[in-house]
Ligand binder design. Structure first.
Ligand SMILES: NC(=O)c1ccc[n+]([C@@H]2O[C@H](COP(=O)([O-])OP(=O)(O)OC[C@H]3O[C@@H](n4cnc5c(N)ncnc54)[C@H](O)[C@@H]3O)[C@@H](O)[C@H]2O)c1
Length: 250
């Protein structure tokens, strides 16, 4: 247990799911207080996760919200700031897939993925940024994907959202560079979570053959990159995409 994030408050979106859960745990271990956002997981699963946190002596609270709606985001962020006083670190991790080739993709599948994976990043960041400007400190880290860097069959919606995060990150990094706020993205390759459990086994085997490291990532391997960017001492790293993909895309 370190103290790199001692005194900091972190909001992690999708914190009861695969990668988000491990990001949140890692940040708590480093001393941060945690606002744990969730949506799709059953309430009792979220409550059990929180219990694990509090039993370890970590300061944490759960917040349920649909981040694809701006009003829901502003309401939940207001509540978090009332509860914790501030948000120093925002991890935009929540995301979904609705895979289909463009030929068959419906406008609804396009819009849902853009709303949850990209618009939510704008909404959450917009809701936290003013208090970061006011205090002259912030760490904004958004989870992109190797798919946003290199494309993937059946994922035009997801790739557009994840590439959008990269453009958003670089632009906002310029707007905040002199204000003590860094803005970065982490682009994971294929990680073992519920999201990739949905991919048929034969396709996963084909994907793994193309990964130089020869396996999928474990969620903690992504969480390490997020923890690095969240650290106060990573103050000269901004506007970057940290790819954690086993060499899949260089
Ligand atoms: N698993 C991978 O291989 C992989 C690879 C690259 C990037 N990513 C990205 O990492 C992030 C986490 O993915 P994961 O694999 O842990 O997925 P996951 O499905 O395990 O978790 C996704 C989280 O998103 C939340 N969510 C879903 N709809 C939401 C909504 N409308 N509003 C708010 N939250 C919502 C869920 O509650 C869940 O906690 C995602 O952004 C994903 O795109 C995952």
């Amino acid at each position: 247990m370190g103290d790199a994030l001692k005194g900091r408050v972190a909001l992690v979106t999708g914190a009861v799911g695969g990668i988000g859960q491990v990001i949140a745990s890692q940040m708590a271990k480093e001393g941060a207080a945690l606002a744990l956002h969730y949506l799709v997981e059953p309430d009792n699963v979220a409550a059990d996760f929180l219990k694990g946190f509090t039993q370890e002596g970590y300061r944490a609270k759960l917040y349920k919200a649909d981040l694809s709606k701006y009003e829901a985001v502003t309401a939940v962020v207001d509540t978090i700031i009332k509860d914790f006083g501030q948000i120093d670190i925002l991890v935009n991790n929540a995301g979904i897939t609705k895979d289909r080739t463009l030929k068959n993709m419906t406008p609804d599948e396009w819009e849902q993925v853009i709303a949850v994976d990209l618009s939510s990043v704008f909404y959450c960041t917009k809701a936290v940024i003013n208090q970061m400007f006011a205090r002259g400190y912030g760490r904004i880290i958004s989870i992109s994907s190797v798919v946003g860097e290199k494309g993937n069959v059946g994922q035009t919606n997801y790739a557009a959202a994840k590439a959008g995060i990269i453009g958003f990150t670089k632009s906002l990094a310029l707007e905040t560079a002199k204000k003590g706020i860094t803005v970065n993205a982490v682009a994971p390759g294929f990680v073992k979570t519920a999201m990739t459990d949905k991919i048929p086994k034969e396709i996963i085997e084909k994907i793994v053959e193309t990964i130089p490291v020869g396996r999928m990532a474990e969620p903690w391997e992504i969480a390490r990159a997020v923890a690095f960017l969240a650290d106060e001492k990573s103050s000269y790293v901004t506007g970057q995409v940290l790819s954690v993909n086993g060499g899949l895309y260089m």
